[in-house]
Design a protein around this ligand. Sequence first.
Ligand code: MG
Length: 233
Amino acid sequence: MDLDGVVWRGREIIWENVEALKKLEGKKVFMTNKATSRWEIAKRLRKLGLDGEVVTSAYIAAQYLKDKVESAFALGPFGLYEELALAGVHPVDSPEAEAVVVGMDRFVTYDKIAEAAALVREGRPFVATNTDKVYPTERGLMPGAGSVVEAIKVASGREPVVVGKPSDVAFRVASGGEEAIVIGDKMETDIKMALNNGAKGVLVLTGVTREPPKEVPPDVIVVKDLRELLKSL
Ligand SMILES: [Mg+2]
C-alpha cells in the first residue's frame, strides 16, 4: 500500500485508515515513491503502531542496480546514498561511476547536472527514482524529482529507466513475487501499477483522488476509506 494519501497526508495522519490497517490481515508492504531510506519511513509507521515491510524508490533503485554495477553517481536525498551503499552500489563522485541515479536533489547544481549528463551520454545506465514533476507543500507546488530528471534528460538526450511506481520493477520488489493487492490514492501510479501486473487495485478516496472515477476498471474497487474496505471483506 501507498503512504501519502493512505496513511498520512503530509503531517496529518489519516486515522480511519490507520485503524483499519491494523485490523487488516496478511503481509503488509508500505510503498512510497520518495527516494528516502526505508528506516525513516519505518520509524514513522512504528509510532502509529503499524508494522510491515517498507519499500521506497531509493531501495528499488538500489535493488535494480545491485547486480549490474558497483558504483553510481547519485543525485538525491541522503537516504538514496544509504540505500545504494547498503546494496553494494557505492555512491561515488568520480567520472568512473558506473551508473547515474536521480531522485529529488535539493542541492542540485549546474556541475552535478553536467557530470550526470556526461556519464549518461557515455552510455552509463540512467535510473530515475520517480518522475513526479512537482509535490504539494505549505508554500505551494515545489519541484519534484521529475524536474531534476528532466534537466539530465534534456542535457544528455537519453531517457531514464524509471523504477518507482507505476513501474514493473517497483511491483516486483514490493510484492517479492507473491500475489498482491495494491492500495493507493492515485489511478496513474498505484492502480496503474496493479493493473499492469495483473493485480487487484483498491482506490481509496482519502488522498489526491476525492471523487470516484467515471470508469472503474474491472479489477479495481473504490472505497471512501479503508474501514469500508474492511467491511467489504
Ligand atoms: Mg499516494
